[in-house]
Write a protein that binds this ligand. Structure first.
Ligand SMILES: NC(=O)c1ccc[n+]([C@@H]2O[C@H](COP(=O)([O-])OP(=O)(O)OC[C@H]3O[C@@H](n4cnc5c(N)ncnc54)[C@H](OP(=O)(O)O)[C@@H]3O)[C@@H](O)[C@H]2O)c1
Length: 333
């Protein structure tokens, strides 16, 4: 019988539970590299809001045993599967994977090569792991707008993980960017070229901006923010909070019919409002896509703006466990 060597640490979902309460640092076996995969020594991974939903339990997802947490990150290639041609041992890579195969919070992981992109020169591998899902989401959302240079976009939550990457992408696209965010992020937003700042804690964007003043809105907050954004009558609104059930397969999820119906009913108020205001409403679902991630990371590399982030080690997590307050922090392996 082959001996199993538990030679690396990983953050494991032991069972479904509130927030991250059932996750533990455990020793497991390093995975074997399949022919279409890369084996990666992890350097960093962001704790994204979706990680908490996935670890709690997500409809129709079959969890693995052991189920490693995390969905994005960056690291260094240790091994290359025999059918992979585009990557070599030693490459620095960034990646985002599917809900159905989550697992990046381990010292070593394997991942399909077509989910990965090479990290360009201006971005360190550690920083790359702090932006993977936010950047891919921002790039996919904004390219769907087909915006022209000089047009105006309103980005909500512009100081957050996704919003800040959207700002970098939008500036590279030549757009005029108005952003809603917190005063504490103002300095780094200015550095990244934000054209107009709206402090959401003291100002209501729907009073600051006139109807039809912006061509596009990128929304990461939903509910009233999405409603007020549609009422501004831009040409298009793309929202990560408007669930387009027909696109959930992009994230590796096949929702049961009843869930799809329920979601559709919940989203109907936005559809009606968009129709009334003659706005094209696009629901963003981010899928694993190495080619798109490569375009995104190469685009922002031109004028990459790094920012501070709070980090956690596996020892920190082993001692204090992960909590809701850790969302937005970065695990450094
Ligand atoms: N559909 C998809 O494919 C997809 C993909 C990625 C992410 N998402 C979702 O996108 C959302 C954002 O993710 P994230 O990682 O960017 O989260 P995040 O880092 O927490 O960013 C949220 C930002 O919004 C700001 N904010 C809060 N209330 C606001 C308001 N009323 N007006 C303007 N800004 C406000 C926050 O500022 P303060 O912290 O200063 O309050 C924070 O900077 C999450 O719900 C996530 O699940 C969806």
């Amino acid at each position: 019988m082959q001996q199993i060597i538990l030679n690396m640490q990983a953050i494991i979902r032991t069972k479904g539970g509130k927030e991250f309460s059932t996750m533990k640092v455990q020793n497991i076996e390093s995975p074997k590299t399949q022919s279409d995969e890369l084996k990666v020594k992890m350097v960093s991974s962001r704790i994204n809001p979706v990680d908490m939903d996935l670890m709690k339990g997500f409809p129709s997802l079959k969890y693995k045993n052991p189920q490693i947490g995390g969905i994005d990150g960056a690291g260094v290639v240790l091994e290359v599967g025999k059918n992979v041609n585009d990557f070599s041992v030693g490459d620095n890579v960034i990646f985002y994977r599917l809900f159905s195969d989550t697992g990046t919070w381990a010292e070593e992981i394997t991942i399909p090569a077509n989910y990965c992109a090479k990290i360009p020169s201006n971005i360190t591998v550690k920083e790359a792991g702090t932006i993977a899902l936010p950047l891919l989401t921002a790039y996919d959302s904004l390219t769907q707008l087909n915006a022209k240079k000089g047009e105006k976009i309103l980005i909500h939550g512009v100081g957050g993980g996704v919003g800040f990457q959207a700002l970098q992408v939008a500036k590279q696209m030549g757009l005029f960017v108005i952003g809603t965010g917190s005063q504490s992020d103002k300095a780094v937003l200015d550095k990244a070229g934000l054209d107009q700042f709206i402090d959401y804690k003291t100002q209501d964007f729907s009073h600051v901006l006139k109807v039809k003043e912006v061509d596009y809105v990128f929304d990461v907050l939903g509910d009233d923010i999405l409603k007020k954004s549609i009422a501004l009558q831009p040409k298009k609104v793309v929202s990560v909070k408007f669930v387009d059930t027909s696109n959930m397969h992009k994230a590796g999820v096949n929702l049961p019919g009843i869930m799809k119906w329920l979601m559709k009913m919940m989203m109907n108020k936005f559809v009606k409002l968009a129709k009334k205001n003659n706005v094209e409403l696009i629901g963003q679902v981010t899928g694993a896509n190495g080619k798109m991630l490569q375009k995104a990371v190469d685009l922002i590399n031109v004028n990459y703006i790094s920012r501070n982030y709070k980090s956690l080690s596996l020892t920190d997590i082993s001692t204090n466990r992960l909590t809701k307050n850790d969302v937005g922090k970065v695990i450094v392996f």
